[in-house]
Design a binder for this molecule. Structure first.
Ligand code: XLS
Ligand code: NI
Ligand code: NI
Length: 438
């Protein structure tokens, strides 16, 4: 059965094309700063949004039919999703996917049953992967949906619940490795609290760290080669989440000695919820050697929750891709943790969402490369800090000065020069000309 019969393989046709089913900016094999676009970006399909999310919101039911012609909740349905997903990825030229355990098969009442379903379904996925370049980018366990996790998973007050979270993580790691995945994500949706009146924060954080340590030990034992990632998010569903942002998460990893095995999976919309920009979170991760992967999406400046829109903002994408180009490259990739708006309820919209997202990131990548090649902005930054290349600056940076030395220097100088302009408006004008000059 063909689900997306209104398209063949989606091709790059360039920015002048008016074909809604063509890429205008994403040209997979085109080399940008020494690497093909597809290797910079490593796009991935998120199983949950693309094959699962059907437009349910707090005020109304599904608006999209994602039954794929079979009865939901059955093994047949799980397999139909695999078929639809592989057809989708092949037609869009996407070589990776990401999943939660329960995106693949519905959770059964007995964990042993669920695990049998997971074994059967992952066997099926393996047969679909054969002869293709498609494989898993990262896997994860859904440790937030089931009501047992209402008080947390790794942060649960109940050791029994903690144990179930561990069991799900073990199985999700098994399936990830089986499907050729190299990375594993922890998104701590329920790892946080609502009120300190009932919470032992210190114990909860220690327990989460211990769970992560066990996951690393097991993952390495079964051959997980890549990285574990924390995906920071400040709130939603919990009021306070422990993985608030990149800086908080990196501090946590270092405290518990997990920083060698973990990096960040930065999601744009989560950055916004933390009152940061996407590029801020990427920069914090990059300068700490912790930029691993990206959850590609976008928030809405007016809506205050995790909207997970397909990325469309070229400014934001350009800043993000600048960070990517300045980093050694992602060990993960760009996973579209993005879904269609509720009223975009057709299969055509699914395809168009991915075309928009892939093109936005591709355009951002092209523009970020131009910005680097143009050099004016980087040169300005270099000049802005040039006093640090003088004798005194070098001594301070080498750790060869005391506070008294600086006191004496200041007394010798008597007063400072006029502070120099930060030139924000000029730099924004340069950016605009780079974005819009052709
Ligand atoms: C939810 C998160 C989630 C993670 C994976 O806000 O983005 O989808 O990416 O658990
Ligand atoms: Ni995400
Ligand atoms: Ni999200």
């Amino acid at each position: 059965m063909e689900y997306f019969d209104f398209i063949g393989k989606v091709q790059y046709e360039g920015p002048k094309s008016k074909n809604p089913y063509a890429f205008k900016f994403y040209d997979a094999n085109e080399v940008i700063m020494g690497k093909p676009m597809k290797d910079h970006l490593k796009f991935a399909m998120a199983w949950w949004h693309n094959l699962g999310a059907a437009g349910v919101d707090m005020f109304g039911p599904a608006t999209m039919n994602k039954n794929f012609g079979v009865k939901p909740g059955t093994m047949e349905y799980a397999k139909a999703k695999v078929d639809a997903g592989f057809e989708f990825m092949k037609k869009l030229g996407i070589e990776y996917y990401c999943f939660h355990d329960v995106d693949l098969v519905p959770e059964q009442l007995d964990i042993n049953e669920t695990n049998k379903w997971l074994d059967e379904l992952s066997d099926y996925i393996l047969t679909k992967q054969k002869g293709t370049n498609i494989r898993c980018l990262w896997g994860t366990a859904n440790n937030f949906g089931n009501k047992r996790y209402m008080n947390g998973a790794g942060s649960s007050n109940s050791v029994e619940v903690y144990c179930f979270a561990a069991a799900q993580i073990k199985k999700a790691l098994d399936i990830t490795v089986k499907l050729g995945g190299e990375n594993y994500v922890f998104w701590g949706g329920r790892e946080g609290y609502e009120t300190l009146l009932n919470t032992d924060m210190g114990l909860e954080e220690e327990n989460i760290a211990a769970l992560m340590k066990m996951a690393v030990a097991y993952g390495r034992k079964i051959g997980l080669k890549g990285d574990f990632y924390i995906e920071p998010k400040p709130k939603e569903p919990m009021k306070h989440q422990y993985d608030f942002d990149a800086a908080t998460s990196i501090g946590f990893l270092r405290k518990y000695g997990l920083d060698k095995d973990f990096k960040m999976n930065i999601e744009a919309n989560h950055a916004e919820l933390a009152n940061h920009t996407f590029e801020h979170e990427l920069r914090v991760s990059r300068i700490n050697g912790m930029l691993g992967s990206i959850d590609a999406n976008e928030g809405d400046p007016i809506l205050g929750w995790d909207v997970d829109r397909f990325p469309a903002n070229v400014y934001s994408a350009t800043f993000a891709m600048y960070e990517l180009l300045k980093s050694p490259g992602l060990t993960g990739g760009c996973n579209f943790d993005a879904k269609n708006r509720r009223a975009s309820n057709t299969f055509e919209d699914m395809v168009k969402g991915y075309i928009l997202g892939m093109d936005t990131f591709a355009l951002g990548l092209r523009k970020a490369a131009k910005l680097i090649e143009d050099g004016r902005i980087e040169k300005f930054i270099e000049e802005r800090y040039s006093s640090w290349n003088g004798e005194l600056g070098k001594k301070i940076r080498a750790g060869k000065t005391t506070l008294e030395d600086l006191f004496n220097e200041a007394c010798k100088m008597k007063k400072t020069d006029e502070p120099s302009s930060g030139k924000e408006e000029e730099l924004q004008e340069i950016l605009n000309t780079i974005l819009f000059n052709d």
